[in-house]
Design a binder for this molecule. Structure first.
Ligand code: NAI
Length: 277
């Protein structure tokens, strides 16, 4: 059911790679809620072509931008303002990539060039998107900026390696820029810390199936899906959350507040009993 929550709002949505992408679901919901927006992804990702299908569905223009390039981001804002006919009301940063994870490098054997690439793509790009918006004065008063994070920013998850550090930085940037943008233009900045979700970036993490199942067993509501995440992010783009800023908001079915769950305890007890038989 649509509520017209984003009627008349103009946005930029990054990171929709294929229909599993969290950004893809957010784009579909934003359209449903009455927003107009542009879609952006790295030029390399464009070649895969799936984003064109989403653009048609959303009647949105695609503007390629490598999120590590300030020049590309400038072009993204300038063109978006032109195409949409005015300044921007919401920005989604849904970008993450770690070459170290892709190449299965353990935390004790990081390639530092790749490490810097992970930080640049997955965290610094969030700062670049906001600093560029400020310099171009591209956002409207009360605009909303959202980045997607993961609880590995607060707690260690084996195999998440340098992405954990990138997420910690991403969340810190949300606080730093949230303060600045709040004072400057009443713009709010938040990160949403999402449950493990089956997507290209998600399933690329070593041991993803175990992360997923563990979180599912721990969370009283179960893992939040990409569609659930889209609904939540839409509320953050809407005027209903105007006073929420500088927060890392857990969207995880309760996972972050549970020590141990009955479901997990039962599973371990069963395994223990089987071992003894
Ligand atoms: P995805 O693989 O669909 O999206 C990641 C996107 O980042 C892709 O569209 C990719 O093309 C884009 N990207 C990579 N390098 C880029 C660059 N240099 N410039 C511009 N874009 C670039 O996967 P997903 O899961 O939808 O990821 C979106 C966000 O959600 C990421 O920040 C991810 O860390 C975060 N997240 C994902 C979770 C999961 O389990 N899937 C859990 C919590 C957070």
């Amino acid at each position: 059911m649509a509520y017209g929550l984003l009627k008349g709002k103009r946005g930029i949505i990054t990171g929709a790679l294929d229909e599993k992408s969290i950004a893809w679901k957010i784009a579909l919901k934003a359209k449903e809620e009455g927003a107009t927006f542009t879609l952006s992804n790295a030029p390399l990702a464009m070649r895969m072509g799936a984003i064109k299908q989403l653009a048609e569905q959303c009647e949105a223009e695609i503007i390629p931008a490598d999120a590590t390039s300030v020049e590309d981001i400038e072009n993204l804002y300038t063109k978006s303002i032109d195409v949409l006919g005015g300044k921007i009301d919401f920005v989604l940063h849904s970008i993450g990539m770690s070459p170290n994870i892709r190449k299965n490098r353990p935390y004790g054997d990081m390639n530092y060039e790749w490490y810097q690439k992970s930080l640049d793509i997955s965290a610094l790009s969030f700062h670049k998107m906001m600093q560029t918006a400020e310099k171009l004065d591209a956002l409207n008063e009360w605009a909303s900026v959202v980045g997607l994070s993961y609880i590995a920013a607060q707690r260690t998850f084996a195999f998440y390696t340098d992405m954990a550090d990138a997420k910690a930085m991403l969340e810190s940037i949300a606080r730093g820029y949230g303060y600045r943008f709040g004072k400057l233009k009443n713009v709010r900045v938040n990160t949403v810390s999402q449950s493990p979700t089956v997507t290209t970036a998600g399933s690329g993490i070593g041991g993803f199936d175990v992360f997923y199942e563990y979180a599912q067993l721990m969370s009283p509501l179960g893992n939040a899906t990409a569609d659930d995440c889209a609904n939540y992010v839409i509320t953050l783009f809407s005027d209903l959350t105007r006073m929420v800023t500088m927060q890392n908001l857990f969207h995880d079915g309760g996972f972050s507040s549970v020590g141990v769950s009955e479901d997990l305890a039962m599973k371990l007890m069963q395994a223990h009993q089987q071992e003894q038989q």
